[in-house]
Each structure stands twice: as structure tokens, then as C-alpha cells.
Design a protein. Structure first.
Length: 370
């Protein structure tokens, strides 16, 4: 079997989409099978983390216009190469002549339209629903997201498959002194601090986290800083206003995009990760944090019950008081932090890219056998 993958995201810093392809491809290469994996891109993949595997082939098709590449060049090349199944994220090119699997991480653009710019919202609503109907299978990354897709779009139940993400194997605990040195050297950052990770956008509910941090830290004169890791998205002005309103702008460090190899140092040195998101398809930062031994405070939404479970503190995303109380407890009680770390290690061990790749491979093989 020849598997064609639209792997453009492996050519740059595309955060979540790149993380997904990298984890899946590495997981597929860790499995015993004789299938060929064809990675199609518009530019060479220079990522050193791709495995050296004879079953893995790169197909570079240069293009200056990525929409033209997706609509015409990639499908024509996959057809010409005789691919048996194709795998894309979100949008399915109509020209593909083989069964297509699309991964739709979530439908937040439909469920939380106010959290997206009008242009993005219109484009996603125009392209993703017909792509899911056109695809032979739709993979999503949690049972919560699967239920949302089935409820909103009325697809056949057997067509939508939930296969969870996993944390990168590089997300491992770093010795505290080493983590401190890395952060000081590259970011001028001193401990202690509270961490937030993710693209800065409205559905991440950042103003609530800022309020909780201020009310947990300032009254007791705790020494912690707030470190926010992630590139700026749409609507970041609300975060800036919250930092000023709650008088913690001088205590806050916004690092922007951080390369994956530095994330374990952030997780390992932080006293806690705050993740008050209003909606997620999966939510990778809490899993990465637990795998690195960082206590997690996350929203009590259905997907976080899957990812974090009882390993962290799950709190109402609409109640800053409970976030304030929980964060203060974690920051001032070493025993609580140690208990959360141990529970986090056990929870994170339930997820692996090899297992997710095995389930994905079963989807491919079922389509071919059919």
C-alpha cells in the first residue's frame, strides 16, 4: 500500500498541525509493516526528527501558490504515483482519485464563531464540511470532538473515528538546574513562574488566567512571574488589556513562538501550567506538561476529562475565584505539587504516538481492503 500525505506542515513552524504529522509519521515508522509512506511538500523537509526509514519517501513539488499546490499539484502527483490512500488535514482536494482520510482536530470555527476572524470563519465553514462528506473516513483527536462532529454535521457514525494525539517523546523531565540555565540563557527568564502555552487567541480564555494569577500571587506577595508561550493570534488585545487591568504587566513574559526543543525546560521549571481554554479538540500542552512533571490546572470541559483526567485540577472556565484558590494552593503547597506530578506521569503514559499510528494504519488498511 502507498500512503500519500499532504505534509506541507513539516516544512515550517506550524505548531499543532506540524506536531500532528510529525508524531503520526514517526509512529508509523515505529510499526512493523511493508507500506510505503509518501510525504508531499512544496519545499524540502529539513526536520532532523523525521526517521531514516526506507519506507518513507519525500516528494517535493515546488509552488509559489499553496492553494494551487493543494488543489492541483499535490493530488495530480499522488494520482500519478499510484497512491492507494491519501491523508490530509481538514480540506480534501476533489482531484484525488483514491480513498481520502481527513483529520479534523475540532470544529471550534462552528461552535465558537466569535473566536475567529470573519475571513477564517467563512473559509473553514465553506471548505471543511464538504471535505468531511467527501472523505472516506474522518479522523478526529478525541471522543469529545467526535461527538461534536456527529451532532453538528450528521455524518454516519462509522465514518468518524476518534484517535487521540500524544506528546512528543522529547517532552521529558529536565533537571531543574538545567532547565533554569536554559531559560535564563535563551529567554532571560528567572524562576519561579506559572506557565501558559498555546496560540494566543480568544478561546484560550487568557484574561481569566491573568485575573486568577494576579489574585493568587499579589495579595500574598508571592514571587512568581507569569510566562506565556505561544505566537500571537487574532484577538490578542484582550490579553494585553487584562495584563494592565490586573497590574501584572511587569510580572509577565510573553516569549512568542518557542521551538519544541525548549518546551521541556519551560514545563520542568514551572510550578504549574494554567490551561483555562473554553474549547479544544484535544489540548496538547496539558499532556506535554504532565509528561514533563508539571502540575496542570485545566478547564473542566469534556476533552480535558479525557486528556487530564484526575491527574490535574479541572476547574470551571467561567469562575476566576476557583482558579485563584486552586492556583494559590498549588503554588504554596509542595506536597500538592508532588502528588500532581506523580499522577501526571501516570496519566501521560496512557498516550503514545505509536498506538495512535497503529489505529490510523488500521483505518488505511480497512479502506483498501474494502
Amino acid at each position: 500500500m502507498r500512503i500519500a500525505i499532504d505534509a506541507r506542515c513539516l516544512t515550517g513552524a506550524y505548531t499543532g498541525d506540524r506536531t500532528y504529522w510529525l508524531g503520526l509519521v514517526r509512529g508509523l515508522c515505529a510499526l512493523e509493516h511493508e507500506h510505503e509512506i509518501l510525504l508531499y511538500t512544496h519545499a524540502p523537509i529539513t526536520d532532523p526528527l523525521l526517521p531514516g526509514d526506507d519506507r518513507l519517501k519525500q516528494r517535493v513539488i515546488p509552488a509559489h501558490n499553496l492553494r494551487w499546490w493543494s488543489w492541483k499539484l499535490f493530488p495530480d502527483a499522488a494520482n500519478a504515483d499510484g497512491a492507494d490512500v491519501a491523508h490530509v488535514q481538514y480540506t480534501v482536494p476533489a482531484r484525488l482519485q483514491m480513498p481520502v482520510v481527513t483529520t479534523v482536530h475540532d470544529i471550534s470555527f462552528r461552535l465558537m464563531p466569535h473566536c475567529f476572524p470573519l475571513k477564517h470563519r467563512l473559509l473553514l465553514n465553506l471548505t471543511v464540511p464538504p471535505s468531511m462528506r467527501r472523505a472516506a473516513r474522518v479522523i478526529t483527536v478525541s471522543e469529545s470532538s467526535r461527538r461534536d462532529i456527529l451532532r453538528v454535521y450528521r455524518l454516519p457514525e462509522q465514518k468518524v473515528v476518534a484517535i487521540p494525539n500524544a506528546a512528543d517523546e522529547r517532552m521529558q523531565p529536565v533537571e531543574y538546574a538545567t532547565a533554569e540555565q536554559t531559560l535564563r540563557q535563551h529567554y532571560g527568564l528567572e524562576t519561579p513562574f506559572v506557565l501558559m502555552v498555546g496560540v494566543l487567541q480568544p478561546r484560550k480564555n487568557l484574561p481569566l488566567a491573568v485575573q486568577a494569577f494576579a489574585q493568587a500571587v499579589l495579595p500574598g506577595n508571592l514571587p512568581h512571574r507569569l510566562v506565556i508561550v505561544g505566537k500571537a493570534g487574532w484577538g490578542v488585545e484582550d490579553l494585553q488589556k487584562a495584563l494592565v487591568r490586573w497590574k501584572v504587566r511587569e510580572r509577565t513574559i510573553l516569549t512568542g513562538y518557542v521551538p519544541d526543543e525548549h518546551l521541556p525546560a519551560f514545563y520542568s521549571a514551572a510550578d504549574a501550567l494554567m490551561y483555562p481554554s473554553l474549547y479544544e479538540g484535544f489540548g496538547l500542552p496539558p499532556l506535554e506538561a504532565m509528561q514533563c512533571g508539571c502540575p496542570v490546572l485545566a478547564s473542566d470541559i469534556s476533552v480535558m476529562r479525557e486528556v487530564v483526567g484526575e491527574a490535574g485540577m479541572l476547574l470551571s472556565p467561567n469562575d476566576p475565584v476557583v482558579w485563584t484558590q486552586a492556583l494559590h494552593t498549588v503554588l504554596t503547597n509542595e506536597w500538592v505539587r508532588q502528588q500532581m506530578r506523580q499522577r501526571g506521569f501516570r496519566q501521560a503514559a496512557r498516550f503514545s504516538w505509536k498506538e495512535s499510528a497503529r489505529q490510523t494504519l488500521e483505518v488505511y488498511e480497512a479502506l483498501i481492503s474494502r
